[in-house]
Design a protein around this ligand. Structure first.
Ligand SMILES: Nc1ncnc2c1ncn2[C@@H]1O[C@H](COP(=O)(O)OP(=O)(O)OP(=O)(O)O)[C@@H](O)[C@H]1O
Ligand SMILES: [Mg+2]
Length: 426
């Protein structure tokens, strides 16, 4: 059966010629509806009669949400731009359209792209205006030789409910990595209300991640704009502050967050993301594939990250929560293998040697090895909170700072500093 396709290229001078050529020749494509605008296209997609949409970059009110809705409705998307219009191609890609062709491509090529989009064959991303071509002009930092250009690493800092210390670890790792010479972006993506700005003594009216997500949805976010939205806390540390109010979570749509991470990889060698705890999916909402999901931003970050840290507390209640959270994560994202970092380790809440006992418990109940231990160090964290500064600034020689420095070196792939950092268990 021929592929049923919607077009939304109204107004483009080449529209009727293209639609005619697609329909006429034997390309295995039938245009089932010529949509006049985005609303028309979304309504058509909801009917379930089409498998793909061909749209032009000039389509008014086209944004990331519309593309997400099409994809959620099971409609694959192919974009067309005026030949040579690399800006429009880049914009479409940001909106989540991975296949973009020049409008003068012949009908056979467009039909092939539509079919590939439906079957999910990997897009080459190089048809028109590959955004990576623009990198040197933007003065993006040099990448180390061991990873491809524009692919900074992303570390997600996640963990169960109960404030195990995600923010403390995220801020500490980002600050220490920057001090070790790695250009770093600290991104607050906690959809239950971000506190990184407050912890670092920054004004929380800063536009931050919500503005970056807005620009991503509008298709206008690039490396330079992302850099402008972030605070330059030190020469190598940038901070993109979080949602000032927890009820603004719908602003962090998964597709927008994915685009922000993409640009973050181009901006910095290392991006450290402070994530919310929850990855559960609302069962009622899961029937409505286009409804916004609060935890979609978190799952997107965990899915895209190169490394996911699961920060655990070190007492029996916290460990139990970690075991449950790891179980949930396995259900929602089976391919993600988090590295467990046990924080607030101290003698008292567990009998005997705490590291040994905790490692044994997590191995028995979660089948997980512990990647590192961070000591309880209230004196240091209180000093940092009181001053709105990092541990390196106010508690340079504290045990927690030393351990975080070691963890940061490991995550950033740079030589560990002279003093030993987070202790590893084999
Ligand atoms: N290793 C540590 N030693 C002592 N106190 C710590 C340690 N790690 C974190 N804390 C303190 O525990 C509290 C909670 O930490 P943090 O805000 O980092 O947790 P969180 O997991 O981000 O919590 P939330 O769920 O609120 O996002 C803070 O007061 C912090 O200073
Ligand atoms: Mg936090």
């Amino acid at each position: 059966m021929a592929l049923q396709v919607f077009t939304a290229v109204t107004g483009a001078p080449w529209e009727s010629e293209l639609v005619g050529a697609l329909d006429r020749a034997d390309h295995g494509v039938t245009v089932v509806r010529r949509c006049v605008d985005v609303a028309d296209l979304l309504a058509a997609a909801a009917t379930g009669v089409g498998q793909a949409a061909l749209l032009s970059a000039e389509l008014r009110r086209l944004d990331g949400d519309a593309v997400s809705r099409l994809l959620a409705a099971g409609v694959a998307v192919v974009g067309l731009v005026e030949p040579g219009d690399d800006d429009a191609a880049g914009r479409l890609r940001q909106l989540g359209v991975s296949r973009v062709l020049p409008a003068d491509a012949d009908a056979a090529r467009i039909a092939t792209a539509l079919r590939e989009a439906v079957t999910g064959a990997p897009a080459t991303g190089r048809d028109v205006g590959d955004p990576r071509a623009a990198l040197p002009a933007l003065g993006v930092p040099e990448d180390p030789a061991d990873r491809p250009a524009g692919r900074g690493r992303v570390v997600a800092v996640w963990g169960p409910t109960g404030a195990p210390g995600r923010t403390t670890v995220a801020v500490g790792v980002a600050d220490e990595a920057a001090r070790l010479g790695v250009s770093t972006l600290l991104l607050d993506a906690d959809v239950y209300g971000g506190v990184v700005a407050q912890v670092l003594g920054l004004l929380d009216e800063a536009p931050g991640v919500a503005a970056a997500a807005r620009q991503a949805t509008a298709g206008t976010l690039d490396v330079a704009r992302l850099a402008r939205l972030a605070w330059a806390v030190s020469p190598r540390l940038r901070v993109l502050t979080g949602l000032a109010r927890a009820d603004r979570w719908p602003e962090l749509r998964p597709q927008a967050v994915a685009t922000v991470l993409d640009q973050a990889r181009r901006l910095s060698e290392l991006t450290v993301v402070d994530c919310a705890f929850c990855v559960e999916e609302d069962e009622e909402l899961s029937f409505d594939t286009a409804a916004p999901r609060r935890n979609g931003a978190t799952t997107t970050v965990l899915e895209q990250a190169d490394t996911v840290l699961c920060v655990s507390g070190a007492d029996p209640v916290a460990l139990q929560r970690t075991v449950r959270a790891l179980g949930h994560l396995r259900e929602v994202l089976p391919d993600v293998e988090p590295v467990v970092v046990v924080n607030q380790v101290r003698r008292g809440p567990v009998p005997g040697d705490p590291e040994q006992e905790i490692a044994a418990a997590l191995s028995r109940f979660a089948g997980t090895r512990v990647g590192g231990f961070l000591p309880a160090d209230r004196r240091a964290t209180d000093a940092a909170l009181a001053a709105g500064r990092t541990l390196a600034e106010v508690a340079e020689r504290s045990p927690l700072r030393t351990a975080l420095r070691g963890l940061a070196a490991e995550l950033a792939g740079v030589p560990a500093p002279a003093r030993r950092g987070a202790r590893r268990r084999g």
